[in-house]
Design a protein around this ligand. Structure first.
Ligand code: C5P
Length: 402
């Protein structure tokens, strides 16, 4: 996104609180951001914070003599490569569809000749309302593209479609937009495993672990953003599906292996899932009952298939680049180095998951990349930044091999 200019229109929804993070990430990728904010938007995020992060003036007034003099509503859009409306409320979508120009944001949108990307965010009923759906259709027909919304918990306490996509996905969509020419991973296929597995004890009980899936999902989103056909095989998580990925949802380790094998062939496999090492030897079709006087049931465990090791040793079906994860609580690098050889994968991303690090459910990660050529220690960064950095390594690996 180096040197690209994004005009970001911030309208008034609670999701606007995530926009400073979007601005930060665009800047981090080398893009320029200039913000226009509506009166509603100002109720949720301050122009000052957007100005500080974008290092630019924030525009809000259609009738400001100074702004019109300095910039003008026509120039605001002419000087951008793309306009993004995020969050796009039901109201601004309606005004866009109707061609209104009753504030600076809608005037810029009506006057622009640049591509427009909308990132909707609203209550599920507002999203599903026939009026919003008709506006959506109208805008799509006029060439506006959409990122999200996604399914999930809403600030209003309801659950459903209407939640704004996460900042990493929004910026991924921009990266996609700017990479519309040849994309570095176009023509390649990646399989990513993510999340925990659930191993049934009976139809209502299962064994699970604390994996959130955040790291694996972020890697899938980053691969897709660079043009890679991405199959995400995920255990149960609370996360929305990442943009641009084929998502296969499974529960158990055996389901995960079957899904991964059916998704082959692939150029890249990233096994980020926290697969359960064991399952119970039987899982009866009926609920195990508590019976007065009877012994407590004993669970006998058997080993699950190791997906990473299986595909690393899959002969001519082995993806040329297989990447595993190693969650360790001590001797992180030594144990992970050993794991790389044992599992037969090419790279291992090793991280410390001692409870004090908060890695399992948290948003940041401190990792070491272990390959044939040695170990790199990466600084603590967000899981989506770890994903970006890993995908950039993957791109370089294929470029070097060509
Ligand atoms: O042996 P360990 O579970 O620590 O190895 C972690 C790596 O192996 C991760 O990449 C994980 O996704 C993968 N794994 C797997 N199948 C298993 C166990 C682990 O793919 N049954």
């Amino acid at each position: 996104m180096q040197g690209k200019r994004v005009l970001l229109i911030v309208s008034g929804g609670i999701a606007a609180v995530k926009i400073p993070e979007v601005v930060r990430r665009i800047r981090e990728q080398g893009g320029h951001v200039r913000c226009v904010i509506t009166e509603g938007g100002k109720q949720f995020v301050t122009p000052l914070s957007l100005a500080a992060l974008s290092e630019d003036k924030v525009y809000d007034d259609l009738f400001s003599l100074t702004d019109e003099n300095e910039m003008g509503h026509i120039n605001l859009s002419r000087q951008a490569d793309v306009i993004m409306v995020a969050p796009a409320t039901a109201d601004i979508m309606a005004r866009m569809a109707a061609g209104m120009a009753n504030d600076l944001a809608t005037t810029v949108l009506l006057a622009t000749d640049k591509p427009v990307i909308c990132v909707p965010a609203m209550n599920v009923r507002m999203w599903e309302h026939a009026a919003t759906q008709a506006n959506l259709e109208t805008l799509k027909q006029r060439g506006v593209t959409f990122v999200g919304p996604v399914d999930g918990d809403m600030a209003c306490g309801e659950f459903g479609m209407g939640r704004m996509s996460e900042p990493a996905e929004i910026v991924g969509a921009l990266v996609n937009f700017f990479n519309a020419g040849p994309k570095p991973l176009a023509g390649r296929h990646a399989i990513v495993t993510s999340g925990p597995t659930h191993e049934p004890i009976d139809p209502v009980r299962y064994i699970a672990n604390r994996s959130s899936g955040k790291q694996g999902h972020a890697i899938a989103a980053a691969l897709a953003a660079y043009g890679c056909k991405t199959t995400l095989v995920t255990g149960p998580t609370a996360l929305p599906d990442p943009a641009g990925c084929d998502v296969i949802k499974i529960e158990s380790a055996r389901d995960m292996l079957a899904a991964v094998e059916s998704a082959l062939p692939a150029d890249i496999a990233v096994c980020a899932a926290a697969v359960a090492d064991w399952r119970t030897d039987t899982a009866p079709d009926q609920k195990i009952k508590k019976q007065a006087g009877a012994d407590t049931p004993a669970l006998t465990m058997v080993e699950n298939p190791d997906i990473l090791a299986t595909i690393s040793k899959a002969g001519n079906k082995r993806p040329p680049l297989v990447i595993g994860f190693a969650a360790e609580t001590n001797d992180v690098v030594a144990n992970a180095t050993d794991k790389r050889t044992r599992k037969g994968c090419d790279w291992i991303v090793a991280n410390d998951v001692s409870p004090s690090t908060g890695t399992f459910s948290g948003d940041s990660n401190t990792v070491h990349l272990i390959s044939e050529t040695g170990t790199e220690d990466w600084p603590t960064q967000s899981k989506s930044d770890v994903a970006q950095q890993l995908v950039i390594r993957i791109i370089r690996h294929f470029e070097a091999a060509e």
